[in-house]
Design a protein. Structure first.
Lengths: 276, 404, 189
């Protein structure tokens, strides 16, 4: 089965943003512009996460999903502040193919079963954010701001039994650093569940995915590195960003766009869908 | 923790006589509460001004930072300044007061590694160091800095912070004394003529704009004129606090400082000060980490001001006195820096501002040797009636920030 | 060529091609179709000889019955049933749903069509837990391999075609598929 490469776009108030450890968010540009680019260059799917939707509504997210669906013809998963079937329905009707739920699923696990029976399991992605603590991992919600006391492996098993069709597993510690995925977390969860798993958080080098091959992980969601590369390559920096005295790129990022990454992976024998 | 013994003489201070030293800044005083149209700060913040368009001085200054200031030129000025002070004989050529927080990490690291200065770092201990606070300071020092740390004796610290809580509504007063005084004492001791602060808080966050266009400031002047909520450390002596206890907090003689020509400058004059950028920089270069437990109480942020377990109470009392909590302060500057919209700021303030810091409440009460009732009555004593109203037995702010 | 999303009987009757999409569950889908009184409309459309394309769940509905949640009857245009993919795997743990990009082996000899011109080696997006099991092998014109399971990804009987993948979500390959479909329909008019 081909490994899927999924650009992950964090959205806030109509903008694509990115941070480190889910903290501090820099505005990078317009999501639809990046999505179209990624789709044309060979991305397998797209994920949109709206980090303020739970604060004050998802009007912006719906607009962005609509605009994206008009021009992009690869699968799109969208999430952020989904609290009910109506919320999920709105996002699907706007053009998303899958929805992801995180914080509300922890507060109301029944929501997962409700959504999967209404829309199908394969439409429901359970997004789990975890941080390494002294004795194992812990699930955090609300954009990494609140602890839950739950173990992500047990939680992953529970959401699967409730009907989630896919898991999106994020390492808060690795997120945005470019220092590599938390493969241990991904593998542990993959071995104890029977639905496809996407891992995210920390990608910076081709080797990070090559190392993951064979660990039963089906897809990788990548943010920072891709956005920063394409932002510079395709002159997507706006005036304000250009003026800043501080460089965006961290030293841990291999300078790669999505095409180059796929080519590298192919060379390393990783089964990947190539664009002809 | 041991009970806190309060000297008999101090117990005689009534709130009235403490008030005689100037109640300036003690509570919100403006009769009408107005919120900035661009950010979420209100006119209750001491010394802040609003213009005719209803925009606060900090936002106007932010506009200037964005549109008017020539940062390349400022960079040149910085290099000139540093060239003048740089010593290549192995001795310290500048002093950087640090907490281990993101801002001080940024300043220290830049001065040493980008501009080749030889800074001495100086830290005054918080009331109760948090694990992450100490860890971040350690990580900074690990990067390669000589550091002087002052930890005042706990009894003195407890006594003074208890007294300042009771009489001035802020546990932080002794900490503020120390943070101001210790770097100057160290500059004198080590023969350093240049102290580099991070940001000019008055100018960046809304306050006295008098130093907006200057990058150099005479420390002697500062010492002569600086009153902390109307009370100098030595004033506590008059109320019977033993002089010995005030030593770590005392300001040096202004004349000594004058002779040595000690100057202080702000890094924010030369660099477009953006706290979120400082976080990224510190994360990358000095191993700075945000709080693992998640956000701080009273705000959404995980990385701003996390070194003191008890700082939540300073912010909480600030919320009581001015209607301005931690979330408001964090959101206000993020709006000015263009990282969040006002709409998001308003939503964050509504969600988190004024949240009671219960995580370390027991520790706080022990530290202050107070009961919950005593603390609550202090809180109520500092609650200014223009700002608050009681609704069904619960206190509420009469006016809150809202969308335009 | 105009495309529209509709429940209107007249509009359906008058179209040149009908597409049955589908995401969700088999029982819910059939119930919805019956609820909107479209069951006979679809049957009539098929009987008229005009082209019907089923996508994913829409393709599964074309079969006789499904075992998703409970035993439910489909349209039955193509004999066969719908079953959980995991039943066919000998692997310890097949990760289900089958999600991702995959291709197919075309068997067009007995059933030639230009729908897949230039798409022989291309990848399409699949997302499903159930697969189609047509009774007659001649009605399977495309097969896909997922781990150790080989299943029917394209089925066809006369004017009816069912594809398990989502051409509308398959990037440039999908767009080419629809272009082929359009040419196909236009040439028949």
């Amino acid at each position: 089965m081909k490994i899927r490469l999924i650009p992950r776009l964090d959205i806030k108030g109509g903008n694509l943003v990115k941070g480190i450890n889910l903290e501090g968010l820099r505005i990078i540009g317009k999501p639809e512009v990046f999505s179209k680019l990624y789709s044309d260059l060979g991305a397998d799917e797209l994920i949109y996460i709206d980090s303020v939707a739970s604060l004050y509504g998802r009007k912006n997210l719906l607009e962005i999903v609509k605009r994206t669906a008009r021009e992009v013809f690869i699968p799109l998963c969208a999430g952020g502040g989904i609290r009910s079937a109506e919320d999920a329905n709105e996002i699907l009707r706007s053009g998303a193919d899958k929805i992801s739920i995180n914080s509300e699923a922890v507060r109301k696990p029944k929501l997962i079963s409700e959504l999967s029976s209404l829309f199908g399991s394969s439409t429901v992605v359970s997004y789990i954010s975890a941080k390494k603590r002294e004795n194992g991992y812990e699930v955090y919600i609300d954009n990494g701001r609140e602890r839950t006391g739950m173990c992500p492996i047990e939680w992953a098993q529970e959401v699967e039994s409730l009907g989630a069709g896919e898991l999106l597993i994020e390492s808060i510690d690795q997120e945005g650093t470019g220092l590599g995925f938390d493969l241990e977390l991904g593998e542990k969860i993959s071995n104890r569940t029977n639905v496809p798993i996407i891992i995210t958080g920390g990608f910076g080098q081709t080797s990070h995915i090559v190392d993951a091959f064979g660990k039963n992980i089906n897809a990788f969601a990548i943010g920072s590195m891709l956005h920063f590369f394409h932002m510079q390559k395709h002159a997507l920096l706006n005036e304000r960003q250009k003026q800043n005295h501080y460089q965006f790129q961290t030293s841990h990022f291999e300078n790669l766009g999505i095409e180059e990454l796929k080519q590298n992976l192919s060379k390393h024998g990783v089964p990947i869908r190539e664009i002809t | 923790m041991e009970p806190l013994i309060i000297p008999e003489s101090v117990k005689e201070i009534s709130t009235d006589s403490a008030g005689n030293y100037g109640t300036q800044d003690i509570t919100g005083t403006e009769s009408k509460v107005v919120y900035c149209k661009k950010c979420v700060i209100s006119n209750q913040r001491p010394r802040i001004t609003f213009d005719d368009e209803g925009i606060c001085s900090a936002c106007r200054y932010a506009e200037k930072k964005e549109n008017e200031i020539d940062w390349d030129d400022r960079e040149k000025q910085l290099i000139d300044l540093l060239d003048h002070y740089r010593k290549n004989d192995g001795s310290y050529d500048c002093l950087v007061p640090v907490s281990g927080g993101k801002d001080s990490c940024f300043v220290a690291h830049q001065l040493k590694f980008k501009y080749n200065m030889n800074p001495l770092l100086v830290t005054f201990a918080p009331l109760r160091w948090s694990t992450i606070g100490w860890q971040n300071l350690q990580s900074l020092i690990d990067t390669g800095f000589d550091t002087e740390i002052c930890v005042p004796n706990t009894y003195a610290y407890r006594l003074l912070s208890r007294l300042s809580t009771e009489y001035l509504g802020d546990p932080f007063q002794p900490f503020v004394y120390g943070v101001k005084a210790y770097p100057i004492r160290m500059a004198l001791k080590h023969n350093i003529s240049l102290i580099f602060y991070g940001e000019n808080g008055e100018v960046e966050y809304g306050g006295d704009m008098k130093n907006a266009d200057s990058f150099m400031h005479d420390v002697g002047e500062d010492l002569r004129n600086h009153y902390f909520k109307g009370m100098m450390p030595s004033d506590w002596e008059k109320y019977g606090v033993d002089k010995k206890l005030l030593h770590s907090f005392s300001l040096p003689n202004p004349d000594q400082v004058q002779d040595k020509q000690i100057k202080c400058s702000w890094f924010s004059f030369f660099k477009k000060w953006t706290p979120q950028w400082n976080f990224y920089y510190a994360r990358e270069h000095t191993g700075f980490e945000p709080e693992a437990d998640g956000r701080s109480e009273g705000t959404y942020s995980k990385y701003a001001s996390i070194d003191d377990k008890l700082d939540g109470f300073h912010y909480y009392l600030g919320f009581i006195k001015f209607g301005i909590g931690r979330a408001t302060s964090d959101a206000a500057h993020e709006i000015r820096d263009g990282h969040i919209s006002r709409e998001e700021g308003v939503a964050l303030v509504k969600k988190y501002d004024g949240e009671f810091p219960k995580k370390n409440y027991d520790l706080f009460l022990q530290y202050m040797d107070m009961t919950d009732e005593q603390f609550q009555s202090i809180v109520d004593r500092f609650r200014p009636s223009p700002l608050w109203i009681k609704n069904n037995d619960e206190w509420q702010l009469k006016t809150q920030v809202s969308n335009l | 060529m105009k495309a529209s999303i509709t429940r209107d009987k007249k509009e359906i009757e008058n179209s040149d091609c009908l597409i049955l999409p589908g995401v969700g569950s088999f029982p819910n889908a059939i119930n919805s179709i019956k609820k909107y009184e479209l069951y006979e409309v679809v049957e009539k459309f098929v009987a008229s000889g005009k082209r019907l394309l089923g996508i994913c769940l829409g393709a599964q509905l074309l079969l006789s019955k499904s075992y998703e949640f409970s035993e439910v009857d489909g349209f039955g245009f193509i004999e066969g049933h719908v079953e959980l993919i995991r039943k066919f795997s000998l692997l310890n743990k097949l990760k289900v749903p089958h999600i991702g990009w995959n291709n197919f082996e075309l068997k067009l000899l007995k059933s030639p069509t230009s729908l897949f011109d230039d798409l022989v080696h291309q990848y399409f997006y699949f997302v499903h837990s159930y697969i189609m099991c047509p009774r007659n092998h001649s009605e399977v014109i495309g097969e896909t391999k997922f781990e150790d399971v080989k299943f029917a990804s394209i089925i066809r009987k006369e004017n009816i075609i069912g594809v398990q993948f989502h051409p509308e979500r398959s990037g440039p390959s999908g767009i080419k598929f629809f272009q082929n479909l359009k040419s196909n329909i236009q040439s028949e008019l």
